[in-house]
Design a protein around this ligand. Structure first.
Ligand SMILES: Cc1ncc(COP(=O)(O)O)c(C=O)c1O
Length: 434
């Protein structure tokens, strides 16, 4: 089949045909069983092929296949109630549903700009973003993404965005990583002029672009305080790290900090349906409402079947205590990987939280020098993993490389943990030691 547009990241692999999927496994057209250690694009949190999710979606299609997103249906109501009751940080009480994460990010940014205008501060129209990061593939979200390879071919046409470094302990020039990054943010706000800044957009734990980068304690509290001082909205992107992926409901919960507006998708639908939410405070929503401003919907947002799927996925996550399991299994997986790569000359670090784990591969472990981009180390390792029967997710941004991501379903067991470790060690050895 050549009837598709190019996608370089997987180009070096032979074409993959997946015929079915069950639990943590994919089955390809050659009858091979592949362990889905990437959860697709780090979205599959309850495993594949859950019949009760399919039943809920089927019932929803029969009851009401479509109606405009702002109208309520029983499926929408059930999901909104569950999100507010059991899932969202207490301050986030208003929800706007979209299909993709990119649409959610666009909506979140528009809400921030509208909010500042509604407060009588229309000059506050800039968003400060961070590098490395990924916020989506639409032009606005891509412009905000510190992701060289996904900007390639478009960079020249994207509007310039002020950006600051993400706390990245391994490569930070200052031992006080949090202090360094907070100072950089302060300086950037001053340089841009706080009166022109609407919001700061950030992944609380950076996903695949940087490879599960966890900031030091105190960083988020300091960013929150800075935002409050200067009437800047804290806008968090938990599309990848939210809904239990890092072992807490949302990544920012770890530091007991709340954003003004958050976007989180992927795990919400668990790979069963395209669904993402943009969640905001009463203060933000009320301000927009008073000013008569709208948050426009996408035609295929909040489909009843997608809401029914998400409602069931969240029910299963709680019923089966899968977030606790992700935290526990993730800790075991991370410690086994750390031990296995402890002396490896080409592995700089194993990092992450819960079941969002990254392995950073380098040419020289002492100097942290990277392999040349042309060596294509990441894709060679993920291809070798696939050949050996485990699917890993290629991370990094082109500049920030080589990153192998692990983000399996939360209900994997010991057998899968062992297979992930063994396969990744073999794949990294094959590519870097041969
Ligand atoms: C942190 C983050 N934000 C936004 C997106 C974009 O989401 P989508 O691919 O659903 O548009 C992604 C996708 O990987 C992501 O990881």
């Amino acid at each position: 089949m050549t009837a598709t547009w190019p996608f370089a990241t997987f180009a070096s692999m032979p074409p993959v045909h997946i015929e079915r999927a069950k639990g943590a496994y994919l089955y390809d057209s050659n009858g091979r069983e592949i362990l889905d250690a990437a959860g697709g694009a780090i979205a599959v949190n309850i495993g594949h092929g859950r019949v009760e999710v399919a039943d809920a979606m089927r019932d929803a299609v029969v009851e009401c296949s479509y109606t405009v997103p702002p109208w309520l249906t029983p499926q929408r109501e059930r999901l909104l109630e569950r999100l507010i009751r059991d899932w969202l940080p207490p301050g986030l009480t208003r929800i706007h549903l979209t299909a993709s994460g990119s649409e959610g990010v666009e909506t979140l940014v528009k809400i921030a700009l509208e909010y500042q205008a509604a407060c009588g501060r229309p000059q506050k129209a800039k968003i400060i973003a961070r590098t490395p990061s990924y916020h989506g593939t639409t032009l606005g979200a891509l412009a905000l993404s510190g992701h060289e390879s996904r900007r390639f071919g478009l960079d020249h046409a994207l509007p310039p965005i002020p950006d600051v470094p993400v706390p990245y302990a391994l490569r930070c020039p200052d031992a006080d990583v949090g202090g360094y990054c907070v100072r950089a943010l302060k300086e950037k706000i001053d340089q841009e002029d706080a009166d022109t800044v609407a919001g700061i957009l950030a992944e609380p734990i950076v996903g695949a672009s940087g490879g599960a980068l966890i900031p030091p304690d105190g960083y988020w509290q300091a960013v929150r305080a800075l935002c409050d001082e200067r009437d800047i909205l804290l806008l968090t992107d938990e599309v990848m790290c939210g809904f239990g992926r890092t072992g807490t409901r949302f990544a920012l919960d770890r530091w007991a900090v709340e954003p003004d507006v958050m976007v989180a998708g992927k795990g919400l639908g668990g790979g069963y349906a395209p669904i993402t939410g943009v969640y905001g405070t009463e203060a933000v929503a009320e301000t927009l409402q008073q000013a008569g401003m709208n948050v426009m919907f996408h035609t295929f947002a909040a489909l009843p079947a997608a809401c029914a799927a998400a409602d069931k996925v969240l029910e299963i996550l709680d019923r089966e205590c899968l977030i606790e399991r992700a935290a526990k299994t993730g800790a075991t997986l991370k410690s086994q990987l750390t031990e296995s790569f402890a002396e490896h000359p080409h592995v700089a670090e194993v990092r992450g939280a819960g079941l969002l784990i990254a392995v950073e591969v380098v040419e020289d472990r002492e100097s942290l020098d990277r392999y040349a981009a042309e060596d294509g180390i990441t894709t060679r390792i993920t291809s070798s993993g696939y050949r050996r029967g485990v699917s890993f997710y290629p991370g990094g941004t082109g500049t920030q490389r080589d990153i192998i991501m692990i983000g399996p379903p939360f209900n994997i067991g010991e057998r899968e943990v062992g297979r992930i470790v063994e396969t990744l060690v073999a794949a990294v050895d094959e590519v870097t030691l041969a």
